[in-house]
Design a protein around this ligand. Structure first.
Ligand code: ZN
Length: 273
């Protein structure tokens, strides 16, 4: 089953044509999509999107890029919303949470502390409710992994994975799946392509991260003649990304689609409902 395990379908980039975007994705063979929240103010939006559209699922969490404007009380709001969502078949876990040590504003000592605080609290929340996590991991694999280890049994996805082979193996050994999408479509992304080719297929989930990380064929951000809208990534692109993964691995497309879909369900069991 073709599953987009990470797509911000609620993003303003899709305000004008969200229904068509999801219809195009379904027409391209995408059967399910996971929409992670990024901050308290979009919890309602992701839940409604899931409840109103067949095949749409959601996660709840505070994204590291939204930590600067998050309030400590937001964690209480998150927990309350999670409690209310526990019986909701479309609710799959805690995300998008994590650490971003790439964006410079987030790398001051205070911001690193603040990110760590929100990440640690949300990982603990996931463990408390035995829910999987959807992780944003940017220049932070080792710290992310350290906190994962504190909660044996915690499972989830390291989305848009961009670490080393060794870091990948550690996360996979802990029961995590690694998300691959637009980045692996670029020839120059040698390490990501090597990982996508060499990791066990059981370790991989597919994702678009739409509207972000557009694939190579939509034109790179460096090209001035491409309009931002033309570069907008969307879940329908997942079908061609699956094809790229199959080619990189020299495996049949159907096998890649079947196993990556199964992997997504294994790690986010509520996707089976
Ligand atoms: Zn994301």
């Amino acid at each position: 089953m073709l599953i987009d395990s990470h797509c911000h379908l609620d993003a303003p980039e899709f305000d004008a044509d969200r229904d068509q975007v999801w219809q195009r994705a379904q027409a391209a063979g995408v059967q399910k999509v996971v929409v992670p929240a990024v901050e308290v103010s979009n919890f309602d939006a992701v839940r409604q999107l899931a409840q109103q559209n067949e095949g749409v699922y959601y996660a709840l969490g505070i994204h590291p890029l939204y930590v600067p404007r998050a309030q400590p009380n937001d964690l209480a709001v998150l927990e309350e919303t999670v409690q209310q969502a526990l019986d909701d078949p479309r609710f799959v876990g805690i995300g998008e949470i994590g650490l971003d040590f790439f964006v410079s504003e987030l790398c001051t000592p205070e911001m690193r502390e603040r990110q760590l605080f929100f990440y640690e609290q949300q990982v603990a929340l996931a463990a408390r409710y035995q829910l999987p996590v959807i992780l944003h991991v940017r220049r932070s694999v080792d710290v992310i992994t350290k906190y994962v280890r504190l909660h044996p049994g915690l499972r989830g996805i390291a989305h848009a994975f961009n670490g080393s082979q060794q870091q990948a193996e550690i996360l996979v050994g802990l029961g995590f799946k690694l998300g691959f999408g637009g980045a692996m479509t670029f020839e120059r992304a040698k390490q990501i392509r090597r990982l996508a080719a060499d990791l066990p297929l059981e370790a991989i989930v597919l994702e678009t991260d739409a509207p972000d990380i557009p694939p190579a064929w939509l034109g790179s951000a460096g090209e001035v003649d491409v309009t931002p809208l033309a570069r907008r990534n969307e879940p329908a692109q997942l079908a061609r990304m699956a094809q790229v993964l199959a080619e990189l691995r020299d495996q049949p497309l159907q096998r890649v689609i079947q196993q990556t879909g199964q992997n997504a369900v294994d790690v986010l069991p509520r996707l089976a409902r």
